[in-house]
Design a protein. Structure first.
Lengths: 396, 108
């Protein structure tokens, strides 16, 4: 662990390790002393500082924010000593210099590479977030509209709550972008939306400058806000109209196509049982995965972390039980139009379903010592999984 | 004393001449100059170059303009003044003469 010192080189802050800071200060002090009496002393010093700053910048990326002592020493060696008398200045390095001088070329290339492929990291982004900024972060990471990501999560939530669980996990595991560097890393390059907002703001302020007179400026501001309001209102209206239309279509579709069949009355409990069994199987699979690393004896590929496998199980479960659920819903319709009857059946079915799941689980835990062991070990496993995820995340 | 060491003083003296030649070709900044020199016997470092460039500017041989770089602080791009070009022409002429003398002397 080393202490870090922040310095200002030509208007940009750099963080140096303490040893590096000392070396740099000594270098600049020597340079100042040697240039004593030179009429351009200040200018040369600022040239030197700028050159050093540029070299430092080439060394840094969005993860690497500190210049270590060794790097400072290398940069200073590359700079070479300041020639006292400029009239006698020349190839002081002579034959020794080529390697260090050509070193600058590679530094420049590194810099170009760094600029070209800005490293991206997944962060939660709080600005413009709905809940914890998970969707926002994913959107920035994948360069997709945040609304689409949110819709994706909502859809996933319908699949047995996968989206919700996934969201909760991400909200706890994914770090929040706090510093500007992290915010840049979150989106790699400025995303189009951010860029748009920035430009819009800039345009706004640019336009403001054109109104030197206060009254005109206020008037313009008012108009800008009114326009924004109007735009928002019309957008809301349109969205609501769309939603209404959609709902209407959906209802009329069901009114026409709902399978009203007496057989459904018998099908419903059967479907409920099936669904319950599927749920229990799934829970057992997850527990088995967490406890033994295998799903009923089937091991996932070695390089797949356990929690990823668990998530995949979750998704598989959601997708597999989707038709079951849809069928059950369809059955509710079979009980006729009155709303109260529908709700009653729904409630009853839910109770039946829960009872089945509870009973099966109880049986499973009671009669399978393995499973009982596994259930007991869940808390410690959860801890371990969280730790794994955390270390995996840091290692990325 | 090796040839390399013997010529060290001459190389130092010639550096200014080479800078005039490099800057005459195009507007350059210090890293460009270092790069061009790095492959030659005249490889040098910023610590040498900046004082020399500022001395040449003080003598009115060259001037610079600031240009934004895509990354990092703005850079000084150097270019020759009329006086600088004149000096380069004179130096080239003189260099030609010296060269001729070196070749001619001692030949019968």
């Amino acid at each position: 662990m080393n202490k870090v010192i922040t310095i200002n080189l030509e208007g940009t802050a750099y963080q140096l390790e303490e040893g590096g800071y000392d070396a740099l200060r000594a270098y600049l002090e020597t340079a100042t002393a040697r240039l004593q009496g030179n009429p351009d002393r200040d200018e040369i010093l600022s040239d030197i500082e700028r050159a050093i700053a540029e070299k430092f910048r080439a060394l840094l990326g969005s993860y690497k924010t500190v210049v270590v002592t060794k790097e400072v020493a290398a940069v200073l060696a590359e700079m070479g000593t300041i020639e006292a008398d400029s009239a006698e200045a020349g190839g002081a390095g002579g034959a020794g210099a080529p390697s260090s001088a050509s070193g600058h070329g590679t530094a420049g290339e590194e810099q170009a590479a760094w600029r070209g492929g800005t490293p991206r990291r997944l962060y939660r982004i709080h600005e413009g977030a709905m809940i914890a900024g998970v969707c926002n972060g994913i959107a920035a990471y994948t360069n997709v509209d945040p609304t689409l990501v949110r819709i994706g999560f909502v859809l996933l939530t319908f699949f047995g709550g996968t989206g919700l669980l996934f969201y909760l996990v991400m909200a706890f595991v994914v770090p929040e972008a706090r510093s500007p560097e992290e915010k840049t890393a979150a989106s790699g390059a400025p995303s189009t939306a951010q860029e748009f907002i920035r430009r819009a703001k800039q345009g706004y302020y640019e336009a403001m400058k054109d109104f030197p007179d206060r009254k005109a400026r206020r008037e313009w501001k008012r108009r800008f806000r009114r326009e924004m309001r109007g735009w928002r209102a019309s957008f809301d209206r349109e969205m609501r109209a769309n939603a209404d239309q959609w709902r209407h279509n959906w209802h009329s579709y069901w009114a026409e196509h709902a399978p009203v069949h007496p057989g459904m009355v018998f099908a419903l409990p059967l479907l409920s049982v099936l669904h319950g069994v599927a749920t229990v199987l799934w829970i057992c699979a997850v527990i088995s995965l967490l406890a033994t690393g295998t799903v009923f004896g089937l091991a996932p590929a070695a390089n797949v972390p356990v929690w990823v496998a668990a998530l995949l199980l979750f998704m598989a479960y959601g997708i597999l039980t989707w038709p079951l659920k849809a069928a059950r819903r369809a059955c509710y319709r079979g009980f006729g139009r009155p709303m109260w009857a529908w709700s009653f059946v729904f409630l009853l079915d839910a109770v039946v379903w829960l009872a089945i799941v509870a009973a099966l689980l109880w049986l499973a835990v009671h009669y399978s010592p393995e499973l009982r062991e596994a259930v007991r070990s869940i808390p410690s496993l959860a801890h371990q999984a969280a730790d794994d995820i955390r270390t995996w995340w840091k290692g990325m | 004393m090796s040839v390399n060491e013997k010529f060290s003083a001459i190389r130092k003296g010639l550096l200014e001449f080479l800078l005039l030649q490099i800057i005459a070709a195009e507007k350059v900044y210090v890293a460009d100059i270092l790069k061009q020199l790095s492959a030659t016997e005249f490889a040098t470092q910023e610590g040498t170059l900046y004082p020399l460039l500022s001395k040449m500017r003080r003598e009115g041989l060259l001037d610079y303009e600031w240009k934004e770089s895509e990354a990092g602080p703005p850079r000084k791009y150097y270019e020759l003044t009329v006086k600088g070009r004149e000096q380069l022409r004179e130096t080239l002429e003189y260099w030609g003469k010296i060269n001729g003398t070196v070749k001619k002397l001692g030949q019968k």
